[in-house]
Design a protein around this ligand. Sequence first.
Ligand code: SAH
Length: 313
Amino acid sequence: MEKKKIKSVSGAVSFGMQKSKGQHLLKNPMILNEIINKSGIKPTDIILEIGPGTGNLTMLLLEASKKVIAIELDPRMVAQLLKRVAVSEYQNKLQLIQGDILKQKLPFFDLCVANIPYQISSPIVFKLLSHRPLFRAAILLIQREFAMRLIAKPNTEFYCRLSVNVQLLSKVEHIMKVSKKNFVPPPKVESSVVRIEPKHPLPNINFIEWDGLLRICFSRKNKTLGAIFKQKKILDMVYNNYNKIKNINNNNNVDNNNQINVDNNFEQFGMELDEEKNNNVNNNNFDDDDDDEKMDKNNNDNEKKDKKKDEKK
Ligand code: SAH
């Protein structure tokens, strides 16, 4: 199959975009500038960019900040970006790391500004929120539906476990809508820019227990909480877990006032959401009638199809 040759604002790109890597370059200079304006970048800031691609956003970030640390998976993108920066005045301000963002230890940064690969949005958000020391904010271009879930309030269509957990750890704000027309190649879905500001200090709760509770609360979309907690299997499970934790705490003489373990629990949570998406399984083995998970499964099926297409090329 012939590879699609496309043009970005930087000029000709001589390789095909891989949808399985979420490669949709943002090409509209007005939107790019709007993202920079809304990010509140100071000239002294160190910026983290995830998936810089050919550098459409990177060049503007370099101009506005002290330094950009960009992490990019695709070596072809890395080569293209290096070429572009080499002929600019910003060569010394860019630190470009070739690798998978999910496998990297994140460096210190003040702000994260990025058009991220949509298929790993959840793990990215929780990786950022588990990073220490805390950053000022993350301004992320993401799939509109994911943005709606991040900002959703109780009693609304998109309110889910993701909404509760992200809002527990941060303040999330919808900044602007971005139409698919602004990308090359255009994605199938619409997009939005959100601003995520980590909360400080964090609420003093045990995140594993909290998330366990949420899993139960959101296990059946059309049931009230009262009805969910009256089910015998739920009551048995809660009681068994209570006894298990009591035993562990007694044996280890653990301080019951468990702080959130920021190092791995959140990151783990982002991954789990992704695994649930991949396997379409509900960890508690409840009936799966949750629209969100069905939606995730559809998205994931599309991603798998895209990957196969990319491989054929
Ligand atoms: N920021 C660019 C490109 C966005 S497309 C622009 O707006 O034009 C998403 C980018 O993320 C692609 O360059 C893709 O190669 C990269 N990417 C995909 N998966 C990644 C991962 N796991 N780690 C780092 N970069 C990744």
